[in-house]
Design a protein around this ligand. Sequence first.
Ligand SMILES: N[C@@H](CCC(=O)N[C@@H](CS)C(=O)NCC(=O)O)C(=O)O
Length: 242
Amino acid sequence: MRYYFALAPALRDSQAATTTKETPMMKLYYGPGACSFVPHVALEAIKAATGEDFEVQSVKLHKGEQRTPEYLAMNPLGLVPVLVIDSKPLTQIVAICDHLDRCFPQAGLMPTEPWQRAQAMSHFAWMNNTVHPTFTRIFRPGNFVDSEAAQAELKQAALTAFRGHLERIQAMTAHAAPFLLGERLSFVDAYALVFLRWGGLAGIDPATLPAYQAFVARLAATPAVAAAMAREGIALETYKKP
Ligand SMILES: N[C@@H](CCC(=O)N[C@@H](CS)C(=O)NCC(=O)O)C(=O)O
């Protein structure tokens, strides 16, 4: 199914007239290993389920490519991910993923039954509005406080909180069947993988979270996740022993 079948009829008709089958209508701007991995995995799962292709553009965050005038025109916040759909940029992981799920329900990336969907959204929202910003305080403490001492203190407090969040996710993996929301791969699985990798970068040894580590290793072997990891050129192991 081409993407324009999911659009409003008038827009769909105009797209149908101008779009060739070979032209992907979605382009993801991502940073390797960044939170943009979540929609990246979703796009791979959608491609596998529907044949809908997509383009990607790597954004080198360490080189500041997210702050060029061209990039800021798409996302004035200077953050990945951006998903460009029919030449229109969409930002914020939750909005991007919700849109993808509604346009491509065949991929089964979120439950359809209302209560189960609300529960899934609850996990997803917590990951995006709590776990993720906690890591931002470890990775970029200078975004929040000025002095070196304040940054060190903030980083340490955030690290403790982040470890607690990872333990909560580990408790969720005990009920994985085989994925966190049940039989189908979802956005929260991809986010869980991102967080364990980030934990390793922050000095949290994944071996101290063995059930979580085993879950993520299984996840990395699923085709959509493996394809996104290969394209981003990232490995699961990020922890370096001190
Ligand atoms: N709330 C945003 C957060 C996005 C975000 O924090 N992106 C990070 C990478 S994980 C980023 O682009 N950072 C660039 C920078 O800090 O300069 C979302 O959900 O999309």
